[in-house]
Design a protein around this ligand. Structure first.
Ligand code: 4AD
Ligand code: MG
Length: 432
């Protein structure tokens, strides 16, 4: 007899099959028991009828423990009331691994308790939905960039450089040298773009940031494309197309997950429109000041209330363009039209999710780059190799970084970024 996954149920209606599952919950009355089952691909119920399986097995079904693992044999039936539209009429089952006193019960638990039991909390249908959306964003990302002839390049995780500033680094021993966990693969991706034209990376990055907000993780995954012969405008066009593609694919491929999370599809549809609105940094400051924000002036970086106001003003992901050079990293190219600013943009997601993309055109003049490295107090010797990108056949080039978990939180419509990572590293949380 064939062993199938729950997701395959539509192809097996009326047939007897085997399913490997876990018991998430159960209820029973005199002659019928409902087993809520999960197998990693989906959730649905198994029905046990006393008349069908006999007294002994029925009694065993009634006393099964939450989260025990089971091998189930039964007939797939349609069930219009269930999320998936199917159920299994159980003929026989066998307990594979029992589960005594499972700590996460159907009653409400506090966030700290759930985070302490993250390894088990992952089994819930809500976490399943979020991880499906995460998986779809990863899948669609590879599709998007492969379709456009980008090459995936994996930058190192142990590095000697600090592209995003020296204050947020995790230091580690590297034999008799000091090394850092990568904050961003960007500098390596720039070198790779000069080797291969269009490249992207997708991997873990680390920020020793003492931030405890709903948007910050200590370890997060970043997607970083870098394109030779792209000016900043060309990069913006690619970014908006990419984000719209992600939203489209999540809507099309994660319907059950979105429904389970109560995410409104019409709201997401609105985010598939391109081009994305753009506003200059200078105009954004003006917009805020005109609307009662007296806590910000030209030269300041935005806080989350500012970003939320600007994005909600446009009701769509919005690019804020050309920030003051003093609040951005050393590698950004000066804006020739206003040399107080650099050719960069942050894409801010609506609904309070904040910055999901940061990107820029890169400085590609040797003398300017050398002066920038010195001005930012960085060790020139450590950046000598990077300076070569401005020395040997340099071209205008641009790139950006998208935070995977911020994007997952936004498209899932969930309150806090901690649920977007299977095992999030947060301030003061290294376990589980
Ligand atoms: O704006 P950031 O710091 O930009 C860079 O690292 C550039 N080197 C990227 C590049 O141009 N190649 O980070 C990029 C994105 C942010 O927009 C945000 O989505 C995410 O990474 N991010 C974080 N996500 C979760 N937790 C944190 N602490 C994050 N810091 C940045
Ligand atoms: Mg940024």
């Amino acid at each position: 007899m064939e062993t199938i996954t729950m997701k395959q149920a539509p192809d097996f209606v009326g047939q007897e099959v085997m399913i490997d599952a876990w018991l998430t919950n159960k209820r029973s009355s005199g002659k019928i028991a409902f087993l809520q089952l999960r197998d990693g691909t989906a959730f649905f119920q198994g029905i046990v009828l006393k008349a069908e399986v006999g007294d002994e097995l029925f009694d065993q079904a009634k006393h099964l423990n939450q989260e025990c693992s089971l091998k189930v044999r039964g007939i797939i039936q349609e069930d219009s009331r269930s999320e998936l539209g199917y159920e299994v009429l159980i003929k026989d089952f066998e307990v594979i691994g029992d589960s005594q006193d499972y700590p996460i019960t159907p009653k409400e638990h506090g966030t700290d308790f759930l985070m302490d039991h993250r390894h088990l909390w992952l089994r819930s249908s809500r976490q399943h939905a979020i991880m499906q959306i995460r998986n779809e964003i990863i899948r669609a990302t590879y599709q998007f960039f492969n379709d456009r002839d980008f090459i995936k390049i994996d930058p190192p995780i142990l590095t000697g450089s600090a592209p995003e500033g020296t204050t947020e680094l995790f230091k580690t021993e590297y034999f008799d040298e000091e090394a850092y966990l990568s904050q961003s693969g960007q500098l390596y991706m720039e070198a790779a773009a000069l080797a291969f034209g269009k490249v992207f990376s997708f991997g873990p990055t680390f920020r020793a940031e003492k931030s405890k907000t709903r948007r910050h993780l200590i370890e997060f995954w970043m997607m970083e494309p870098e394109m030779a012969n792209y000016d900043h405008q060309a990069s913006l066009a690619l970014q908006e197309e990419y984000v719209a593609f992600l939203v489209r694919n999540v809507i099309d491929h994660c319907q059950l997950a979105l429904k389970r999370l109560d995410r409104d599809i019409a709201t997401l549809e609105n985010y598939t429109k391109t081009p994305s609105p753009r506003i200059e940094y200078t105009d954004a400051i003006q917009l805020l000041q005109d609307n009662g924000f007296d806590d910000i002036e030209w030269g300041d970086d935005f806080g989350s209330p500012h970003e939320t106001y600007i994005a909600n003003h446009f009701d769509q992901p919005v690019f804020i363009l050309n920030y003051p050079k003093t609040i951005k990293p050393f590698y950004m190219k000066i804006n020739p039209e206003d040399p107080r600013t650099v050719l960069c943009a942050d894409m801010i997601a609506p609904e309070g999710y904040g910055e999901i993309i940061g990107g820029s055109e890169r400085e590609n003049d040797y003398e300017t780059m050398k002066a920038n490295i010195e001005k930012f107090g960085l060790d020139l010797a450590a950046y000598q190799w990077y300076l070569d990108t401005t020395k040997y056949g340099s071209v205008p080039h641009s790139g950006f970084g998208m935070g995977l978990e911020r994007c997952v939180a936004w498209l899932s419509g969930i309150e806090h970024i901690r649920e977007t990572s299977p095992f999030p590293r947060l301030l003061n949380r290294l376990y589980p």
